[in-house]
Design a protein around this ligand. Structure first.
Ligand SMILES: Cc1cc2nc3c(=O)[nH]c(=O)nc-3n(C[C@H](O)[C@H](O)[C@H](O)COP(=O)(O)OP(=O)(O)OC[C@H]3O[C@@H](n4cnc5c(N)ncnc54)[C@H](O)[C@@H]3O)c2cc1C
Length: 402
């Protein structure tokens, strides 16, 4: 009987898990003996790392032809429940039906979402750049500001969170506001973050470049503070300061898909399952965890994966390969990804490219921006739907870094 690998999610990890699983089955000469199935709302990859950009173009490439090219089936739906004991999942399909599907191996690749703490007003007034729909909502809102009377609140954007996403969203924002409100409007973009100074978490070597970029791009900061409450006309900070604004963008933290909580075993503070070296959920036989739903060591130096495409694509390849390898009798491949880079877009200033967990600065300004553009327009996009090309790069030790 045909065995089944079911993958929940068609993001960076889910896509590469599917391609790597199909490759491993083929490598073992077992084509037709193992079916690889991806369950996700639609056969698209959302290019989440670009959702801070002004032009939301080509942000959800269609992967149906790619899955077809390697014989992977797509089911349009959402996984609702995972029953590790009976090896079944419950899916609500796109037409609203509930179906139970049995698997031999299951790969959780359902990603992550913005963490929304119970800050008063956040649910009603907060914007996000986390998913395409929320990024489009922000885009529409920024355009609509032009139709409001000129006030300080209209002309001010507050970014809650000064991590990578917050910095990228903030440094792009003056240009977006200018495009909406005209070149002569008096604009303010303010990052509010606990860190002192904002950007400190990116390391001592990166910090001066970040501060230079924020100053040049016209972005203010409120270090050592949190957004305590939000209403229609502004925010109140933990320091007591009131900032008039009609636009608050929440970028302060991510959490793993709630599906991860259905799996037994240890979870970290981000809700990720602590996986073994082969990306198995140690207490759920037959289940692999990957992408933003797993926490695992990247090397033997004490470093762990972060929620990023860089890690998700490699984690996907390893989980997909190993899930198939267990079924077709290939040796398992331990996950390892010792090289870590960061490429932080800092708006008109350029981009900051660093290497290593201590973020040693390698390229800045236009040189960094060139790398960021390559990452954002080439490296993270799905490959062409050609089986041989895909199988050449869907192996578990392929790593995309410059
Ligand atoms: C604004 C922003 C900027 C970022 N910048 C960077 C960056 O510069 N560099 C970087 O490396 N990373 C960046 N990231 C992080 C990166 O996007 C994520 O780490 C990455 O998308 C994780 O990949 P994933 O496949 O694990 O999850 P996702 O890409 O989130 O994919 C999850 C998939 O699961 C599906 N899904 C969800 N729930 C279910 C369900 N119940 N059933 C079935 N399917 C489900 C989704 O539809 C999707 O297909 C950024 C993220 C954001 C939001």
């Amino acid at each position: 009987m045909t065995q089944k690998i079911i993958i929940a999610g068609s993001g960076f990890a889910g896509l590469w898990a599917a391609l790597a699983a199909a490759r491993a089955v083929s490598l073992a000469g077992k084509d037709g003996e193992v079916e690889v199935i991806v369950v996700s709302p639609t056969p698209n990859v959302t290019i989440r790392p670009r959702l801070y950009e002004a032009a939301l173009v080509n942000m959800r490439p269609d992967i149906a032809p790619l899955l077809d090219a390697v014989g992977v089936r797509h089911i349009a739906g959402r996984v609702e429940a995972i029953d590790a004991k009976s090896r079944q999942i419950t899916v609500t399909t796109a037409n609203g039906a509930r179906e139970t599907l049995a698997y031999d191996r299951f790969i959780l690749a359902a990603g992550s979402q913005t963490f929304r703490p119970p800050v008063p007003g956040l649910a009603d007034y907060g914007f996000e750049t986390d998913q395409l729909a929320s990024a489009q909502k922000l885009h529409t809102h920024l355009k609509a500001l032009a139709g409001l009377p000129e006030t300080e609140a209209r002309n001010t954007v507050v970014i809650a969170g000064g991590g990578l996403t917050g910095l990228e969203t903030a440094t792009e924002m003056p240009g977006r506001l200018r495009a909406s409100l005209g070149p002569d409007a008096t604009l303010r973009v303010i990052i509010v973050d606990n860190a002192e100074p904002v950007g400190a978490s990116l390391g001592a070597e990166a910090l001066p470049f970040i501060e230079e970029a924020l100053a040049e791009d016209g972005v203010e900061t409120r270090p050592g503070a949190r957004v305590a409450s939000i209403d229609a006309d502004g925010v109140t900070l933990s320091s007591g300061e009131r900032i008039a604004t009609n636009t608050v963008v929440w970028t302060a933290g991510m959490r793993a898909s709630p599906l991860a909580a259905q799996l037994p075993g240890e979870h970290d503070q981000l809700g990720r399952v602590v996986g073994d070296a082969y990306l198995r959920a140690p207490e759920a036989e037959g289940i692999f965890v990957t992408g933003d739903t797993v926490k695992v060591a990247t090397d033997d130096q004490g470093n762990f994966n972060v929620m990023s495409c860089q890690h998700a694509m490699s984690l996907g390849r390893v989980a997909g390969y190993n899930a198939a390898a267990e079924l077709v009798g290939l040796p398992l491949h331990p996950y390892s990804q010792p090289k870590y880079v960061t490429c932080l877009d800092l708006g008109p200033w350029g981009a900051l490219y660093t290497e290593g967990w201590d973020r040693q600065v390698r390229f800045t300004r236009a040189d960094g921006k060139k790398i960021k553009q390559d990452i954002n327009t080439v490296w993270i996009y799905p490959p062409k739907p050609d089986r041989d090309t895909v199988f050449a790069i869907a192996n578990p030790d392929y790593v995309i870094v410059p």
